[in-house]
Design a protein around this ligand. Structure first.
Ligand code: ADP
Ligand code: ZN
Ligand code: ZN
Length: 715
């Protein structure tokens, strides 16, 4: 008997959304089986999509190639995984093969069957290695905290939840403890058919994983054995990723903790998905298939639940945040999600008081206004810590010559190179182009070239100077440190820096938004935001949402330890320097009233038919010239005439991106809008072949690449 399996392989991105290749096989192959197949002159990894015993009509049977072999010892990917991939491929308008193969660890492609069998044996041993004398502990023996009233109520509600849960919990309300308990419950549940149940926990950035990972390991490894918790993120080596992936796939790992890529982990026993800080933009991929891991998580939980419904089981999903995305908030308003609120901080700690510094009434050129500086000094003298936020790393955003007007532009991008004082370089934050600072102005030879504006590196230096006269309780001068992408680039340096902060070695931490997220700092009582204004009037309609979230998150770092606050004199504070203290955003921030903010923003969105009330996509084009990039977009728009739902679709004019050129490539985009998500989907699907054809239009000569971004986060 002969079979004609259709196989997903990593074919070029634009070979069509539902594209598979047909092969010949002597054996029946279950869909989801990983196979090796010939492709051109190479031998590649593929996933069996379907395995009919009749050849498809358009296949030339004589020319069909044989499947080389299956990766034996590896169970097939299950039907839900295949459906998740198919959905992501269709919804985000990318090739099936591109999505599927990108979702698998790269090393899987190089493994041969024998290597694989050895690995699987090793894993199986590890997974069953329970600690000595261990009997699965009951909840009472659990090392967790005694639950607060709100946590207990939230957990009880999770028990019966029939919809995705939006856990709207203030910073410090103990959301993590709820995740841990819900995880415990999901893992202890007995599933029919010898299935080991599993939990997927997603976090926005690797940066946030060390603390959370430690808490999950601490809680679950003593119960389920070493190897029960694995991580999946892009900071791991290929070998580590493969090991984690295999452990998840075979059920050896009970908990997978990861960043957005983890949404595609194969987890046959999945019973709970947690998306922590669900509002975070890093859940949206910005390259390849531009998927939203949060949105896919909601879809995946539904897929799993549908499959489990017959057994009276389900896969729960918890989206947690103190500042939910407006999409999720809206879904909860409509009753599609179940909103569970935990407004109080553990221990009854108060959220910080908002102090606005009106920069119109401060000495000209003040980096830190005198009242803020005085407040910081007072905190330091009491042994408390301050956090200062500035959204710009480096020493100065640009270096300039005051004689001739030369500026440190990047030769490859339409952006300035940032001055980094420590290693005296000019670095482009877009393409990475780095050079040593010139001794003199490259244009006129003037020796007096100077930094303009300020970044975190300079701020760190200036704060140290400004606080030089202040003393800590031990009589020592204050210690100022900085944390941003530059200082944490080296592996392990983030952990070291966090440790220094926790142990109280640092009095003032200066940094970018990285320091605002997630960390559970104990002695921070003052948080200051220095340049919030730029986001108040940004053209991006999501800017207020992001600013509000950032400031709430930053405020959430202050006064987290109620017991510590009790021993201190004052309440915690959030300071913001602004030229627009009357801006309404600050009024809602003052009362920490996220619901009021969300309601107001949603009303604005509704009146403008913006998401979540309408759907958007972007068509992006990169080319050698701006004209070619725009020509591609314009031709694509012309050729869309007559496509399904064209009359309901608005195609906006092609425009250059705000940073128009990066690494010598010109960038342009076109906004695509429609009131209906499903109509937009049908239109985009029909547009795909047109877009492929438009590549070769003579006007678009020099086109480098194009892509569709569905539900874009920045437009
Ligand atoms: P969130 O994630 O909501 O910001 P966390 O889960 O980090 O909050 O909890 C804040 C702090 O409170 C943590 O140090 C945590 O260990 C502690 N905590 C959480 N729940 C409890 C509880 N029920 N009793 C005592 N402490 C708790
Ligand atoms: Zn000059
Ligand atoms: Zn550059």
């Amino acid at each position: 008997m002969v079979f004609w399996p259709s196989v997903i392989v990593a074919t070029p991105a634009h070979s069509g959304v539902g594209h598979t290749l047909s092969y010949r096989s002597e054996f029946l192959l279950t869909p989801g089986t990983l196979v090796r197949v010939p492709l051109g002159t190479r031998e590649v990894l593929g996933v069996v999509w379907d395995c009919p015993n009749a050849a498809p009509e358009d296949l030339n049977e004589a020319k069909a190639k044989n499947v080389i072999g299956a990766l034996e010892g590896l169970p097939p990917l299950n039907a839900r995984w295949l459906r998740l991939i198919r959905f992501a491929s269709q919804y985000y308008q990318r090739g099936l093969g591109e999505v599927a193969l990108a979702a698998l660890p790269p090393q899987l492609r190089e493994l041969d069957a024998a290597q694989l069998a050895r690995r699987m044996k090793k894993r199986a041993k590890l997974a069953t290695a329970m600690p000595d004398g261990d009997t699965p502990a009951s909840d009472a023996a659990d090392t967790g905290h005694e639950l607060s009233e709100e946590q207990a109520q939230a957990l009880a509600a999770l028990e019966t939840a029939q919809a995705p849960v939006l856990l709207f919990g203030a910073t410090g309300s103990g959301k993590t403890e709820v995740y841990l308990r819900a995880t415990r419950r999901a893992l202890d549940a007995t599933a029919p058919g010898n299935v080991t149940t599993q939990v997927l926990v997603m976090v926005p950035e690797i940066n946030l994983t060390p603390q959370l990972e430690a808490r999950f390991r601490e809680r679950f490894e003593p119960v389920y054995g070493a190897g029960a918790v694995v991580c999946l993120h892009s900071g791991m080596t290929p070998a580590q990723r493969l090991a984690s992936w295999l452990a998840a796939h075979t059920g050896g790992a009970r908990i997978v903790l990861g960043t957005r890529m983890a949404i595609f982990a194969s987890m046959p026993g999945l019973r709970l998905i947690v998306v922590d800080e669900e509002h975070d933009p890093s859940y949206k991929s910005q390259e390849g298939a531009r998927y939203s891991a949060r949105d896919l998580a909601v879809y995946r939980a539904k897929l799993e639940s549908d499959a489990l419904a017959g057994q009276g089981q389900r896969c729960l999903i918890i989206l947690g945040s103190a500042t939910p995305s407006l999409e999720s908030w809206h879904a909860a308003d409509q009753g599609r999600y179940l909103r569970l609120a935990m407004p109080a901080r553990i221990g009854g700690g108060a959220l910080p008081r908002l102090r606005l510094v009106d920069m119109n009434h401060q000495p000209k050129g003040a980096v830190i206004a005198p009242p803020l500086l005085a407040a910081m000094a007072e905190r330091i003298e009491r042994g408390e810590q301050c956090l200062v936020l500035l959204n710009r790393r480096g020493y100065a955003p640009v270096l300039a010559c005051h004689e001739c007007g030369w500026k440190s532009g990047c030769p490859h991008c339409s952006a300035y190179r940032v001055f980094h004082k420590l290693d005296r370089t000019l670095r482009c934050h877009h393409c990475g182009f780095t050079e040593r600072v010139p001794r003199a102005c490259p244009d006129c030879g003037n020796l007096d070239i100077a930094p303009v504006g300020r970044g975190t590196e300079q701020l760190e230096e200036q704060i140290a100077q400004l606080l030089a006269g202040v003393k800590r309780p031990d009589g020592e001068p204050p210690r100022v440190a900085r944390m941003d992408a530059d200082t944490t680039r080296l592996k392990g340096s983030l952990e070291t820096q966090l440790a220094a902060l926790h142990s109280g070695e640092v009095d003032v931490l200066v940094g970018t938004q990285m320091i605002a997220k997630g960390h559970d700092f104990r002695r921070i009582t003052l948080v200051a935001g220095l340049n919030a204004d730029s986001a108040l009037f940004a053209s991006d309609y999501r800017a207020p949402e992001r600013l509000f979230a950032l400031l709430m998150q930053a405020a959430g770092r202050a006064g987290r330890d109620a017991a510590f606050m009790g021993t201190q004199g004052g309440a915690s504070e959030m300071w913001i320097q602004t030229w627009y203290p009357q801006h309404p955003l600050f009024a809602t921030l003052r009362t920490h009233d996220f619901p009021a903010f969300a309601t107001e923003q949603l009303e604005e969105r509704e009146s403008a038919a913006m998401p979540p009330y309408g759907s958007q996509a972007l068509l992006r084009a990169d080319a050698r010239t701006q004209a070619a990039a725009q020509a591609f977009l314009n031709i694509a728009a012309d050729q869309a005439a007559g496509l399904p739902h064209r009359d309901e679709i608005t195609l906006y004019p092609a425009v250059p991106l705000s940073i128009q050129r990066v690494a010598n490539v010109e960038r342009a985009q076109m906004l695509v809008e429609c009131a209906s998500r499903s109509e937009l989907q049908r239109f985009l699907a029909a547009w795909q072949p047109v877009l492929h054809a438009c590549r070769s239009a003579p006007e678009a000569k020099g086109l480098v690449r194009w892509a569709v971004d569905v539900d874009p986060l920045t437009i």
